[in-house]
Design a protein around this ligand. Structure first.
Ligand SMILES: [Zn+2]
Length: 115
């Protein structure tokens, strides 16, 4: 996944390091593995809503540091979570494009027919 420069800057802050540590000490076991009755040490912290999907810097920051947007995962589950996000992200991008195309057509061709 391409990481943008705001993300790279925030991931290297002391604030993120402290938050990451506190998430991992509150959840020493992978949350996704636990749901599937496996016991695996959590080693990574996942952002449920991807930080770099936000457009405005303030929104990126909110997602980055929002404890409710974080999940403690093992490496394998983190990889799987991003694979799932990639699939969902592609489908959402296609839907967004189709909707924008529809609006453009309506605006430039639909309205002109009325005047
Ligand atoms: Zn796991």
């Amino acid at each position: 996944m391409a990481k943008d420069k705001d993300y790279r800057q925030m991931i290297h802050t002391a604030r993120w390091a402290a938050l990451r540590r506190s998430v991992l000490s509150a959840h020493p076991l992978c949350e996704r593995c636990l749901e599937q009755d496996r016991t695996e040490a959590a080693t990574e912290v996942h952002h449920i809503c991807p930080v770099e999907d936000a457009v405005a810097y303030a929104d990126k920051r909110r997602r980055m540091f929002d404890p409710s947007n974080l999940r403690a995962l093992c490496h394998n589950c983190h990889v799987e979570a991003h694979k799932a996000l990639g699939r969902a992200g592609k489908a959402a991008a296609i839907r967004r494009n189709e909707e924008q195309t529809r609006q453009v057509i309506e605006r430039f061709f639909g309205k002109r027919a009325e005047t």
